[in-house]
Design a protein around this ligand. Structure first.
Ligand SMILES: NC(=O)c1ccc[n+]([C@@H]2O[C@H](COP(=O)([O-])OP(=O)(O)OC[C@H]3O[C@@H](n4cnc5c(N)ncnc54)[C@H](OP(=O)(O)O)[C@@H]3O)[C@@H](O)[C@H]2O)c1
Length: 236
């Protein structure tokens, strides 16, 4: 049996949910390849950081190749990097569209291709993407078209990839958060966001990290979109 640690790649790892996911995997002794544009070198020798724009295929290439050089394998990819731009549909600019597509779509596509190609060689692996509950259930008054377009696309691609790679030992899942306390939402917005939720709370980063660890350790779950949203997906 191999004694080398399992290796996870986490995108959007500099803050918020991504930083929490890095910590959660470290508690399980995974080696981590952590990436974002502004990520700093880590003092932890089992955390390799790679800085770059995740929508750029060259960044995806560096993350996977530097991770393999340092740790030798890729067991799990967590596609967490994402941005949200909320505006009335007709007010979105070309720049808004390009920015959201770059991170939420291209940032999923290129690195997932490269990670799955590595996982195929070892006939095992897990890809889990952080999407958004609002992609499945829109809220009146919350502007969500670009989130629906991109995160909804990743939810659909999750099922598609799960089936395409099931026979090759690679599982593909997603976690769809509701509203999470992260730098994405300034504290002054929290009360209003809480009021929108069936459980009347917004969740902590750990709720998402725990869901990802659960899926990572669940060998019979693939093609699942796990909503961690205090009931938003169920209705309101
Ligand atoms: N917070 C919520 O309520 C909520 C709800 C539903 C879904 N989500 C999803 O959860 C994920 C994490 O969100 P969060 O709340 O933790 O957001 P956050 O605090 O704003 O963090 C976003 C992360 O993505 C990275 N990032 C942004 N643009 C990037 C780019 N072009 N290239 C590489 N990295 C980039 C950021 O790092 P750099 O700036 O260093 O690049 C940062 O690490 C996202 O996919 C988001 O859509 C969040």
């Amino acid at each position: 049996m191999s004694t080398s640690p399992k290796v996870v790649v986490v995108t959007g790892a500099s803050q918020g949910i991504g930083a929490g996911i890095v910590q959660a995997f470290r508690t399980l002794d995974y080696a981590v390849v952590a990436t974002s544009r502004s990520i700093e070198p880590s003092n932890d020798s089992n955390v390799l950081t790679v800085a770059g724009d995740i929508g750029d295929p060259a960044t995806a290439q560096r993350v996977i190749s530097e991770g393999l050089t340092r740790f030798g394998r890729i067991d799990t990819l967590v596609n967490n990097a994402g941005i949200y731009v909320g505006k009335p549909f007709t007010e979105y600019t070309r720049g808004d569209y390009a920015a959201v597509m770059n991170v939420n779509m291209a940032g999923f596509f290129y690195i997932t291709q490269l990670a799955i190609a590595e996982m195929e060689k070892q006939a095992s692996g897990h890809v889990v993407s952080v999407t958004a509950s609002i992609a499945d259930t829109a809220y009146s008054g919350v502007y969500s078209v670009l989130a629906a377009l991109t995160k909804g696309g990743v939810n659909a691609a999750t099922k598609s990839l799960a089936i395409e790679y099931a026979r090759k030992g690679i599982r593909v899942n997603a976690v769809a958060p509701g509203i999470i306390k992260s730098p994405m939402h300034p504290p002054e917005t929290h009360d209003a966001l809480r009021a929108l939720n069936p459980l009347k709370r917004i969740s902590e980063v750990n709720d998402i990290a725990d869901a990802i660890l659960y899926l990572d350790a669940a060998p019979f779950i693939t093609g699942e979109i796990l909503h961690v949203d205090g009931g938003q997906y169920a209705g309101r």
